[in-house]
Ligand binder design. Structure first.
Ligand code: SF4
Ligand code: SF4
Length: 497
């Protein structure tokens, strides 16, 4: 682990609201997207000369388009209920990371240009001009929000800071101030089909290698098919599943489930990515263009169902937006959910007794489950209220003997973000990622101390990558995190075994 230029927060026993440290994180800004990255997405290459006028015009456009944004700008009564709910505030103490303060960065500009009082008596209502200094604050603090929506759960008006952040990022992109990490990834998806930039032949090689490894392990021909026309299921999974540890263990788990159930499936080289960073930058055009590859692949391959792998924001985009962006899905088999989460798929087979497990195979693991934000607060699963919480836990307890939840205020709809979501999973924001993980690390430490937990399962590629990186900062082993289907893979019985 590289030496950090910041101090890792101390783990505490109970949730502690930190002392306020004004400006503690004002130095932190992600790298700005270079001109070619901006150009590739159709954004201005650098900050345009008349950026102020264009930003205000864009804000007006978004206020007209998204009624929710207008409501969020007007409805806040500054009650403070959200102020201690953000993991970035809890981890950094910077008051600008209180959700209400983050919103106010936009609200004070909104008041200046879009309200009567702000236009005529700005000082009276806390309205300010959109100066370069304000824009720099936007760039810093709207890139210190993982769009996790935890604050909105506690706001009496349901104000969603994530939507404010998305609007701010969309405005900044529109004037040529994009964030390198997200925009680079989006460009790779447009060019190659996935976030990691893995071309089709390399993907094919990797899948062949996985099939060989799985044959060595099981003695069976568990397939990892690519671009197979006429398969029943198209699996759309995060590209991290193809290469990264521990992600790949879940991909092996999905393959074993399909094998055990005797259901034909395929991956697609055209749509080899479930993730959709278009959501992180608040740009529905980009989100639609990325999603469209999924529709094209499904039609081209003639599949009957689409199943989505373990990825939090991908599931939110699929569940909440695909129908509007790339629907209708009338060409798919309507007897199944469209789309369907891999956990829903596996759980359904378990409930019908179609899979057999040796739960003891996971006995070395004492497991807890980290609810990922975009699944917990941005979607559902299984057609039942709370299905997104029930189903992953039901799978875990079907394949393992030892499971303990973390503290109630840190799970389900109150779950804490891993600290790396929303387009922040980049090393230029490592300080924020480590500090923002504090509340989850404290809850994990409790579970470790009380129950001996040694494995934290999750169903999000970003959570897996983020925890692998930050767990060692808090004295945990990086291999403590893994996927739900990693546990399935270990316990599932195939063939006669
Ligand atoms: S959406 Fe999440 S990261 Fe953003 S302000 Fe709210 S709690 Fe913080
Ligand atoms: S909880 Fe809602 S109303 Fe209260 S300060 Fe936060 S955003 Fe404003």
């Amino acid at each position: 682990m590289a030496t950090a230029a910041f101090e890792t927060p101390r783990l505490r026993r109970y949730p502690v609201i930190p002392l306020v440290q004004a400006g503690a994180m004002s130095h932190l800004k992600p790298f700005v997207a270079a001109a070619p990255l901006q150009k590739a997405l159709g954004f201005p290459e650098t900050l345009v000369e008349d950026w102020q006028a264009r930003a205000i015009a864009k804000m007006g456009e978004l206020l007209g388009k998204y009624r929710s944004l207008q409501v969020y700008m007007d409805a806040c009564v500054h009650c403070g209920a959200c102020s201690d709910k953000c993991h970035y505030f809890l981890g950094t103490g910077d008051p600008r990371n209180m959700p209400v303060a983050r919103q106010d960065l936009m609200r004070k500009v909104y008041r200046r240009y879009f309200t009567f009082a702000g236009k005529h008596f700005p000082k009276l209502v806390g309205a300010v001009d959109l100066t370069r200094e304000v824009l720099d604050e936007w760039y810093s603090y709207f890139n210190q929000c993982s769009e996790c929506r935890r604050c909105s759960v506690f706001c009496p008006y349901g104000i969603d800071t994530a939507e404010v952040t998305m609007a701010a990022r969309e405005i900044m992109d529109s004037i040529g101030l994009g964030q390198k990490y997200s925009n680079e990834i989006i460009g790779k998806v447009h060019r190659i089909g996935n976030n990691l930039g893995i071309p089709g032949p390399a993907l094919e090689n990797t899948l062949e290698g996985l099939a060989e490894d799985t044959k060595d392990e099981t003695g069976l021909d568990v397939r990892f098919p690519l671009d197979v026309k006429g398969a029943e299921v198209l699996l759309i999974t995060p590209s991290a599943d193809f290469f990264s540890e521990p992600h790949v263990e879940s991909l092996i788990g999905y393959a074993k489930v399909f094998h055990a159930a005797g259901i034909s499936w395929t991956l697609s080289s055209h749509a080899s990515e479930a993730g959709n960073f278009g959501m992180f930058i608040g740009n529905y055009g980009q989100m639609q263009k990325i999603s469209m590859r999924v529709r094209e692949a499904a039609l081209e391959l003639g599949v009957k169902r689409i199943v989505v792998g373990e990825c939090g924001h991908a599931w939110r985009v699929a569940y909440s937006f695909w129908n509007t962006l790339i629907g209708p899905f009338d060409f798919l088999d309507q007897r199944y959910p469209v789309p369907q989460h891999i956990c829903e798929f596996t759980d359904d087979l378990i409930q019908r007794g179609a899979l057999r497990f040796d739960k003891d195979a996971n006995d070395a693991r004492i497991i807890t489950f980290h609810d990922s934000c975009n699944v917990a607060r941005g979607s559902r699963m299984g057609g039942m209220p709370g299905g997104q919480f029930i189903i992953p836990r039901r799978i875990i307890t079907s394949v393992a003997n030892h499971f303990h939840d973390m503290a109630p205020h840190t799970i389900l709809e109150s779950t804490y973000c891993c600290g790396g979501g929303g387009g922040l999973l980049t090393d230029d924001l490592l300080e924020l990622r480590v500090k923002g993980a504090l509340p989850r690390m404290e809850a994990l430490k409790d579970a470790v101390d009380e129950h001996g937990v040694n494995f934290m399962a999750t169903i999000c590629a970003i959570c897996k990558a983020q925890f692998t990186k930050v767990l060692p900062y808090y004295g945990f082993d990086m291999s403590m995190v893994g996927g739900v289907h990693q546990l399935v893979s270990k316990a599932i019985r195939l063939g006669d075994k």
